[in-house]
Design a protein around this ligand. Sequence first.
Ligand code: SAM
Length: 270
Amino acid sequence: MATSDPARILARLGARPRKGLGQHFLVDARVAARQIDHARVTRDDVVMEIGPGLGVLTRGLVARARKVVAIEADRILAAYLRDEIPEAEIVHGDALKVEWPPFDVMASNLPYRISSPLTFRLLAAPFDRAVLMYQWEFARRMVAGPGTPDYSRLSVGVYRRAKCEVLERVPRNAFRPQPRVDSALVRLEPRPPPFPLEHPDLFDAVVDALFEHRRKTIENGLRLAWRRLAGSPEALERILLGLPYLRRRVEELRPEEIALLTDAIARAKA
Ligand code: SAM
């Protein structure tokens, strides 16, 4: 089952798909319906949508939610949506920059270029659940575990903040224009870190520093990142003296172990 042809609607608006804005429009209405089901949207929910495009999700969301706020960067599409879906509040702007109102649920088919900063912004905001469409490879990295090639700063950053589930793979032919890769629907549900985390900011700094040099030993990775963690290379050498896992690599360490390493760094700094 396909929705209306995006190319025809855009032509009517005097527009074309904008690559720079990641405009690949979902044309399989069954996928949109499943995405809304996965988000378990009810009449109690305020829903936030990033990049509503031509409104394939927005239409379904307004039928189910108490309120829908959608942020769209493309001025022509924002104006089109205000006419087409007056029940939704359409904000024209960059979702990474504009202020977000409080919301319960996020449901979005994300522009892929902003997947990472948008996800980290979302995970820092209060919300109940999110069902988001990502590129398949990005989704794999979100849920990857230690010792796998996909394990990354993103995997650790997500794991420490949310339960994350890849719900389904969505083939590229569900979109127009067709992207080069498949997509995935992913559900995020925030929860407290599933391990003791006494120094969350330092933990993030350690994760960033170590994944920049993921093939190096912890010892060498920390040395290369001394500016983030100590006042001088000599001060970093003193910190190193009391640390565990020095001969291992961050790509092998579980987030729990990175937290233990962080605690040891915090103790050594104090
Ligand atoms: N949700 C629609 C769908 O499923 O067909 C469109 C999805 S398309 C992959 C991404 C949408 O995000 C486009 O409408 C694009 O204009 C919009 N967009 C791109 N960058 C954005 C940003 N920084 N802030 C808000 N919207 C953005």
